[in-house]
Design a binder for this molecule. Sequence first.
Ligand code: UDP
Length: 329
Amino acid sequence: MAKRVLITGAAGFLGSHLCDRFIKEGYQVIGMDNLITGDLKNIEHLFPLENFEFYNHDVSKFVHLPGHLDYILHFASPASPIDYLKIPIQTLKVGSLGTHNLLGLAKVKKARILVASTSEIYGDPDIHPQNEDYWGNVNPVGPRGVYDEAKRFQEAMTMAYHTYHALETRIVRIFNTYGPRMRLNDGRVLPAFIGQALRGEDLTVFGDGSQTRSFCYVDDLVEGIYRLLLSDCSSPVNIGNPDEITISDFAEEIIALTGTEQKVIYKDLPVDDPKQRQPDISKAKSVLDWEPKVKRSEGLKLTYGYFKSLPKEELYKKEHKNFEAYIKS
Ligand code: UDP
């Protein structure tokens, strides 16, 4: 019998790629999403399939699911600074209450659960690169606190279920990831720069552009997550690409890639914007025999191809369509 996996955040960027991967591996996939930051377009190709089901549900509320489950992957959460500034309470709830509900479901179903954590739990790190033993430097009451602390709570809760209920748990700490199906208007640096290039606007670098990030192509990330789920490692594992770059050099790469004639302009650095970020992936290498394969030049080409193929009106949408309705509810 095919294994059954529940993927929350299924209509989002990472969730939809995970759905594709598990379908490809022959699983019965149940997608769940409340479509606040997700988009059904990301998974509409899966709807005709017999081994795919979808529930429109907010996992911060009690989750009921008939039948057995082998695995749960909890990927529901706003995940960009713009999103969690607009829906801070919902961000806190999905990371805390949502995680609690899914841990409870995993316990009842005797399923293994993998939760999506993040490099944000390291805050503005004072060690470099960040390995899993570093405890982080997070401002709980800053604008990013709602995401960072929800994810830190998520890790604590997950480990507690592992320790006290002997639940099979996995924790992936995801570093900056990019690829097709990112939202053009989610405020993240890659869609921001590519969107600006496609609209013929200048590229906005925040601060002096000396801050660094390390970008992982989505297919590499999905492979790492797949291996982690099937491994026996219950402690957190970093998955990301250690190829680090400053944001101003990244802007130059996007200018070269898109051939735009626009220039870089500088804007204020957001509060608590981490200065450096680079994963130490020694643990993923040794425990999962995993390392990223896709070079940034290659991944960026694929991602640019995706953004170029979108209908032109997508380029001018300021906000995700579902925010307003959700905030009022
Ligand atoms: N950034 C930028 N211009 C933009 C959007 C973002 O310079 O239009 C910077 C941002 O300040 C941060 C980096 O790019 O230093 C990565 O931002 P993103 O929101 O993509 O991810 P995160 O800060 O969560 O790693």
